[in-house]
Design a protein around this ligand. Structure first.
Ligand code: FEO
Length: 171
């Protein structure tokens, strides 16, 4: 079992992860409309990963005998002024998610809920990778600026990203 408070916070995390998927799908749509199909592909994969994250929390709550309650997902931003804005927003969003995961870990420790803490450690590692990728992407788009050739080179790089399902026993 998990506490009512932990259950509520884990349920809220499901909503945050689905919102992340929604936000990245919105970015995919934006890039598709700009004919930057590599960037669109990158964010499609990102959105798939976020749905996996949401389902990992969903499955975990069920696994420990809790009750999943799905919350409302806000509409994401639909238009963006530049490549750099998208990448900055991605980094900001991932930092927000990291803080949220850390809050969950803090609660697990406070409640001596070692089982949930162990489950959450996968996300601690994942968030470090997410932030590193977002920082790297932001750095690259800042480097190329508005140079068309540079943007097309980055677009080709982004097209290489392939979705791989999470290797997590709780998924
Ligand atoms: Fe599920 Fe990108 O955090």
């Amino acid at each position: 079992m998990i506490s009512q408070k932990m259950q509520q916070k884990l349920n809220e995390q499901i909503t945050k992860e689905f919102y992340s998927a929604y936000l990245y799908l919105s970015m995919e749509a934006y890039f598709a409309s700009q004919n930057l199909n590599g960037f669109a592909n990158y964010f499609r994969v990102q959105a798939q990963e976020e749905r996996d994250h949401a389902m990992m929390f969903f499955n975990y709550i069920n696994h420990v005998g809790g009750r999943v309650i799905l919350g409302q997902i806000d509409a994401p931003q639909t238009d963006f002024s530049s490549l750099e804005e998208v990448m900055k927003m991605t980094l900001d969003h991932e930092q927000f998610v990291t803080r949220s995961i850390y809050d969950l870990v803090d609660l697990a420790i406070e409640e001596r809920d070692h089982k949930t803490n162990a489950f959450l450690q996968w996300f601690v590692t994942e968030q470090a990778e997410e932030e590193a990728s977002a920082e790297n992407n932001l750095h690259k788009v800042k480097l190329v600026g508005t140079d068309g050739r540079g943007i097309l080179m980055l677009d080709a790089e982004m097209a290489q990203r392939v979705y791989t399902p999470p290797a997590n026993p709780n998924a």
